[in-house]
Write a protein that binds this ligand. Structure first.
Ligand code: HEM
Length: 464
C-alpha cells in the first residue's frame, strides 16, 4: 500500500501539466456560464449556421451594444473606469457619432507616416533587448508610445509611456483572469490625461464633459489600441518564431506577402473570441423561426474563422492568395456593423514593427500557442549575427511553460470566478442605464452640442 502511494503521488504530480490545465479551463467555463446565465444566441449555432454569420452580423436590427445584456456588466467591469464612454460600448446616437468621428480623425494618418512612427517606436522599444522575453510585455511600451504620438503629435514622455502600459497591461491581465484589476493604476492615467485634453491633435467631441473626454481617449487609444496591437503582435511574432521558414520568408518578402501572414495570424488567433449585439427588433430567419427583439447574439470569431478551411488549425499564409473577403475572415468585424476603425492602420503599423524585430533578431519559441495566450508569448530573441544555439533555452522554455500552465489555470479559475461574481454584483452597465432612464438628459440642445461644435472644422486638426 505504502509503495503504491509512494509511486502514485510523484506520478500524479509529474503528469499534472498534461491533464490539469485542460480540466481547470473546462471547469472555469462552466462556472462562468453558471454565474452569467446562458442568455446568448450563439452564431454560428443551431439557429443560424456559418453561411448566415455575415448576414446576421450586418442585420440592421443587430445594433444594440450594451443595454440589456448581462454579459455587458462583465465587459464594463473589465474596461472601467468610464466604460460608458468606451466607443465599443456606446449605443447608437449622437454621442456615439461624435466619438466615432474623432477616432476616425485621429486614425486618418498617411501610410508613410504610420510606418515611420511605428518603426521609430519599435526601434526605441528594442534598444538593448535580447534573450528570453514575453512578447506581449515587449510590445506594450512600443504601442503605448505609438498611441501617445497618434493622439498628441509629440514624442511620448517616459512617465506617460509607463502609465499607458500599466493601464493597458492591467486591463488585458484582468480580461484573461491572470490578475485582478487595479483601479488605482487606471485612474492614474485618467488623472494624467485630464489636464492635457487641449493638447490632443484633433478637437475632442464637444458635447462631453472633460472627464468623459478623458475616458473616451483612455478607452479607445490607451486601452483598446495598445492592448489589441500588443496582443496581435505577440501572436504574429510567436507564430513566426514557431515557423522558421515562414519567418525567413516574411523577413525578406514584399508587403503583399506580409499581409497574407498577418491575415493568416488573425484568422488562427482572432483577437475577439466573441462579439455580442443586442437585437432592437425581431429578425426572421425563415417562415418558422424568428430571433426576438432583445436577444443577445454572440458572434463566435474562432469558429467562423475555422469553417470552410482545409486543416484549419495549420498556419498557412497561402490561403490568402485569394481575396480575404471571399473567405470566412472578419478579423476587424463586419463593415456594415461598427467594424474596427483601425482596420487600415493596424496592419500597416504591425508590418513596420514586425520588420524592425525580424531585421534585428532570429526568433524561436517552444511554448503552447493558444488564442488567449495567457503566457504573454515567451520567446527567445537572438541578435542576428550572434552565436545561435537555442536548443537548451528552448527545452527550458517548454518545461517552464508546461508548469506555468498548471499554476496559471488555477489562478485563472479563482480570480476569474471572483471577477465574474464581482461584476455581476456591481452591475455597472445595468445601473448606468437604470440611472439614465430616471434622469433623461435635456435633448433640446443635443444637436448643437454634437454636430455644430467648432472642433469639427477641418482646419482645426494638427498632423503628426
Ligand atoms: C490588430 C489589431 C486590431 C484588431 C484585430 C481589432 C479588432 C476589432 C474588432 C473585431 C472590432 C469589432 C468588434 C465588434 O463587432 O463588436 C473592433 C472594434 C473597435 N476597435 Fe479594433 N482592433 C484592432 C486594433 C485597434 C486599434 C489600434 C484601435 C485604435 C483606436 C481600435 C479601436 C477599436 C474601436 C474604438 C472599436 C469599436 C468600434 C465601434 O463600435 O464603433 N482597434 N476592433
Amino acid at each position: 500500500m505504502l509503495i503504491a502511494v509512494v509511486l502514485l503521488v510523484p506520478a500524479v504530480l509529474v503528469s499534472l501539466p498534461w491533464w490539469l490545465p485542460r480540466r481547470v479551463v473546462a471547469l472555469r467555463e462552466r462556472v462562468f456560464a453558471r454565474i452569467n446565465g446562458d442568455e446568448g444566441v450563439p452564431v454560428p449555432g443551431e439557429l443560424a449556421g456559418v453561411e448566415r454569420f455575415r448576414e446576421l452580423y450586418a442585420h440592421p436590427a443587430a445594433n444594440g451594444r450594451s443595454k440589456g445584456a448581462a454579459l455587458s456588466d462583465l465587459f464594463w467591469y473589465w474596461l472601467a473606469p468610464g466604460p460608458e464612454m468606451h466607443q465599443e460600448h456606446l449605443e447608437q446616437g449622437e454621442r456615439y457619432d461624435a466619438v466615432a468621428r474623432t477616432t476616425r480623425a485621429l486614425l486618418a494618418v498617411p501610410k508613410g507616416e504610420v510606418e515611420e512612427l511605428a518603426r521609430r517606436c519599435a526601434a526605441r522599444g528594442l534598444e538593448g533587448v535580447r534573450g528570453l522575453v514575453r512578447l506581449r510585455d515587449l510590445m506594450m511600451p512600443v504601442w503605448a508610445e505609438f498611441a501617445y504620438e497618434l493622439v498628441f503629435a509629440e514624442r511620448c514622455p517616459r512617465e506617460a509611456r509607463d502609465l499607458i502600459a500599466a493601464n493597458a497591461d492591467d486591463v488585458v491581465t484582468s480580461l484573461k483572469c491572470t490578475g485582478l484589476r487595479h483601479m488605482g493604476r487606471r485612474e492614474r492615467l485618467t488623472r494624467y490625461l485630464l489636464p492635457r485634453l487641449d493638447k490632443v491633435r484633433v478637437p475632442l467631441p464637444g458635447g462631453l464633459t472633460p472627464l468623459e473626454q478623458a475616458y473616451y481617449l483612455q478607452g479607445a487609444f490607451f486601452n483598446t489600441a495598445v492592448v489589441q496591437l500588443s496582443e496581435a503582435m505577440a501572436h504574429l511574432l510567436l507564430v513566426l518564431a514557431q515557423h522558421p521558414e515562414e519567418q525567413e520568408r516574411a523577413r525578406t518578402s514584399d508587403d503583399r506577402h506580409f499581409d497574407r501572414v498577418i491575415n493568416e495570424t488573425l484568422r488562427l488567433y482572432p483577437l475577439f473570441g466573441i462579439a455580442h449585439r443586442i437585437t432592437s427588433g425581431d429578425i426572421a430567419l425563415d417562415e418558422h423561426t424568428t430571433i426576438p427583439a432583445g436577444s443577445v447574439l454572440c458572434f463566435n470569431y474562432p469558429e467562423f474563422h475555422r469553417a470552410g478551411f482545409a486543416d484549419p488549425g495549420r498556419f498557412d499564409p497561402g490561403r490568402f492568395d485569394r481575396p480575404a473577403k471571399e473567405l470566412n475572415h472578419v478579423p476587424f468585424g463586419v463593415a456594415a456593423n461598427r467594424p474596427c476603425p483601425a482596420w487600415r492602420l493596424a496592419p500597416i503599423a504591425m508590418r513596420a514593427v514586425a520588420r524592425e524585430v525580424l531585421g534585428r533578431y532570429v526568433l524561436d519559441s517552444s511554448v503552447t500557442h493558444t488564442r488567449s495566450l495567457p503566457s504573454r508569448g515567451p520567446c527567445l530573441l537572438t541578435p542576428r549575427g550572434a552565436p545561435y544555439r537555442p536548443r537548451l533555452a528552448l527545452t527550458y522554455l517548454r518545461v517552464r511553460d508546461r508548469w506555468e500552465d498548471v499554476w496559471r489555470s488555477l489562478v485563472q479559475l479563482v480570480l476569474g470566478t471572483y471577477m465574474v461574481w464581482d461584476a455581476h454584483r456591481k452591475r455597472l452597465c445595468e445601473r448606468h442605464f437604470a440611472e439614465a432612464a430616471s434622469n433623461p438628459p435635456d435633448a433640446s440642445d443635443a444637436e448643437d452640442r454634437y454636430a455644430a461644435h467648432p472642433g469639427h472644422e477641418p482646419g482645426a486638426r494638427r498632423s503628426l
